[in-house]
Design a protein around this ligand. Structure first.
Ligand code: SIN
Length: 424
């Protein structure tokens, strides 16, 4: 009998131990990573109404109280930046938000930033931040499709997944991430493709992968506003009224969400060509999700008409890139290179080498670097000679050079670009 009692006491202890530690990582003495949470609203902060719900109602404090497990993975603090539905997200919030994220990460006090955000425009904010954050530390946006007071709210699980993701060492040096449906996506590829699913994000293939770090993107510290760029949606024999209205309103750029391969009907094409002559930048993107828009192999002569092809960027991401590009330059060749190759903070004019520009590249971790250079209007062998001249200027050890990327018919135009893989 005594033995049986001992056995039951032991069993109870085992069960208790398992109950209290269930779902936790093994306890370690290491200090937990520090994560700063910036709350902006969305359905994750929504509350139910008679007809559905209102986004951006509940404070971040209340949201976090529903997920006590978060504190097993990170030391958290938080701020309520705004509390809105993400359809109201605008550059007047993006600019201070990017400045705030840079400030938090540069302070040295935090290992990562998590932003709560509505799902409707999450891909836009993520892409904007990816181009304006100058730290390789992880930044993740997290949202939900059900309001915070739903019985089966998805916000808590998404929050947990987001925190578990950004505290891992391999989260450093990635794109800004989006976490929804228990999955994690990178800003360049992510887009919302379902209005109701709990797993509403999908990915497209991207021309360039450019994780945020000190050398990528645009500096927004001194910017108070962004140039106005609008989107016009194309359809069979589209009316030109919306396009004309943006031109007349003084928009600096227009992204046309064209049919198929970014096509415009004749009336819109004529109007767009006229707009270019009056200084408006025109980007041809597509209302089609996959495949991208490229000059080569298409119906529109972008070079002749002065248009920019969006490459793999959808209209809403093209708009963001064009707005930021116009804060840095009005040189159409440079802007085209941003769309093809991504953006380094400095477009480097190599001393003594005319027409050479560092276009973009990849940074993997903080060591391995790929740089792409283009030498306008030169033949490949001339490029190679110029390139050899350029390498010592950067103090880089050359490992491999190759001419361009030729994996698809649309990308054969990159043949005039020389790629350098190197180790610093
Ligand atoms: C929003 O984007 O703010 C509302 C919709 C959502 O978060 O799913």
């Amino acid at each position: 009998m005594k033995h049986r009692l001992h056995f039951f006491a032991f069993l109870t202890l085992v069960i208790l131990f398992h109950t209290t530690t269930w779902g936790q990582e093994p306890i370690s003495n290491e200090p937990l990573p520090k994560v700063h949470i910036i709350a902006t609203g969305g359905t994750i902060a929504g509350t139910s109404t008679d007809i559905g719900y209102d986004a951006g109602k509940v404070s971040i404090e209340t949201i976090l109280q529903a997920v006590p497990e978060l504190t097993h993975y990170a030391e958290l603090d938080y701020e309520q930046f705004c509390n809105i539905g993400s359809q109201d997200m605008s550059e007047s919030i993006w600019l201070p938000l990017a400045k705030r994220v840079n400030q938090v990460l540069e302070s040295g006090k935090y290992d990562a930033v998590l932003i709560t955000h509505g799902t409707d425009t999450m891909e836009e904010t993520a892409f904007f931040l990816n181009l304006t954050i100058h730290s390789p530390k992880p930044v993740i946006l997290v949202g939900a499709m059900r309001p915070s007071d739903a019985v089966d709210a998805d916000g808590p699980a998404n929050l947990l997944k987001a925190v578990q993701t950004i505290v891992k060492p391999d989260a450093v040096g990635k794109d800004v991430m989006c976490c929804l449906g228990g999955k994690v996506y990178e800003a360049g590829a992510a887009f919302k493709n379902d209005t109701h699913s709990l797993d509403p994000i999908a990915e497209t293939s991207v021309d360039w992968y450019l994780p945020h770090n000190a050398n990528t993107g645009f500096f927004v510290d001194n910017l108070k506003e962004l140039p106005e760029v609008g989107i016009v949606y194309g359809y069979g024999s589209s009316s030109t009224v919306a396009f004309e209205a943006l031109v007349n309103a003084g928009y600096k750029g227009i992204v046309f969400a064209g049919v198929g391969d970014g096509n415009l009907n004749q009336a819109t094409l004529d109007l767009a060509a006229k707009a270019v002559k009056s200084g408006v930048m025109i980007v041809r993107s597509s209302r089609i999700t996959y495949g991208g828009v490229y000059t080569e192999g298409g119906e529109v002569d972008d070079e002749k008409l002065g248009f920019i092809a969006s490459g793999s960027l959808n209209p809403q991401k093209s708009r963001i890139l064009l707005m930021l590009a116009l804060t840095a330059t009005r040189d159409i060749d440079v802007i085209r290179s941003y769309f093809r190759q991504g953006v380094f903070t400095q477009v480097v004019e190599l001393p003594g080498v005319s027409n050479a520009r560092q276009l973009g590249g990849y940074i993997i971790g903080d060591k391995k670097v790929r740089m792409d250079f283009t030498f306008a209007k030169r033949k490949p062998f001339q490029c190679l000679l110029l390139f050899r001249k350029a390498v010592p200027l950067f103090g880089i050890r050359m490992i491999r050079t190759s001419f361009g990327v030729t994996e698809s018919r649309h990308r054969s135009h990159l043949n005039d670009i020389i790629t350098l893989d190197s180790l610093f």
